[in-house]
Design a protein around this ligand. Structure first.
Ligand SMILES: Nc1ncnc2c1ncn2[C@@H]1O[C@H](COP(=O)(O)OP(=O)(O)OP(=O)(O)O)[C@@H](O)[C@H]1O
Length: 252
């Protein structure tokens, strides 16, 4: 399913945090959002998830404005993994992941075997099956992050929004989560600080001062000029063993 934003603006106490952001992410694409701290990535992601009403503009899910959709319907389509998501104490890992099934349950649709299977698979996907019985508050930051991603996967969303999902993760789990995300047949929007990891996205959007200053294929938008203007760094391109190019950064 595709997700688009038209002229989104967001202001808090007279400060403009997002200004006229328009964006279209095609079905099945992995779209990376990059930009310096405070450039508006999280603010944009939250509006795309339907959290908060934009001051101007609108978000469209498969062509339908989010503002016209019920919260439950949005939750059946869009999952958001936030940076500092909290979950109540005294709850087991498996129960946290099972919460991802909530939008699909009702008085007429009780928990079923297929929900168990979906939760099991989500735990395997993030390498947390062996900790399914652990209490949430005993987990490390990276383990919590993986459980939150599993909860979003259990939601079986059509659109997955991830805010710095590799934050807190060791390098092996960073790579496996990114690989998992790339292979999902759904639309993914992911914020990343590692620009080399961002290069593996289908397309990138570059945020700077609340504006989307570039959208396109990674190699086309992460140009030396852009890296200098937006990130204040210079980059050197190195050839990797598999023919890929790797960037190394220096102070501009
Ligand atoms: N409720 C708020 N009130 C005032 N300012 C806010 C509020 N929420 C966010 N901001 C400011 O808006 C700007 C954009 O924040 P946002 O979290 O979207 O940036 P970001 O690009 O995700 O940053 P980071 O890379 O550090 O996670 C920041 O300067 C932040 O301080």
């Amino acid at each position: 399913m595709n997700l688009s934003a038209e002229n989104l603006s967001w202001r808090v106490h007279g400060h403009t945090l997002l200004e006229n952001v328009s964006l279209a992410v095609a079905s099945g694409q992995t779209f990376g959002l990059v930009g310096p701290n405070g450039s508006g990535k999280t603010t944009l992601l939250r509006l795309l998830a339907g959290l908060g009403k934009p001051k101007t503009g609108r978000v469209l899910l498969g062509g339908t404005p989010l503002a016209r959709m019920r919260q439950r319907h949005i939750a059946q389509s869009i999952a958001l993994v936030e940076q500092q998501a909290e979950t109540t104490d005294r709850i087991q890992v498996r129960q946290v992941v099972a919460l991802g099934r909530t939008p699909f349950l009702s008085a007429l649709r009780a928990w079923a075997k297929e929900d168990d299977a979906i939760v099991d698979q989500a735990l395997v996907d993030v390498d947390m099956a062996h900790m399914a019985g652990r209490l949430w508050h005993t987990l490390s930051g990276g383990e919590r992050q993986r459980v939150h991603i599993a909860r979003a996967l259990a939601q079986q969303p059509k659109i997955l929004l991830l805010d710095e999902p590799t934050n807190h993760l060791d390098i092996r789990h960073q790579l496996s989560i990114l690989e998992l995300v790339r292979q999902l047949p759904i639309t993914v929007i992911i914020t990343l600080h590692d620009l080399n990891q961002a290069m593996t996205c289908d397309r990138l959007g570059i945020m700077d001062g609340g504006q989307l200053v570039g959208v396109g294929k990674p190699g086309e938008v992460l140009t030396p000029t852009r890296l200098q203007q937006t990130f204040g760094v210079q980059a050197e391109l190195l050839a990797g063993d598999n023919g890929e190019q790797v960037m190394r950064f220096y102070h501009a």
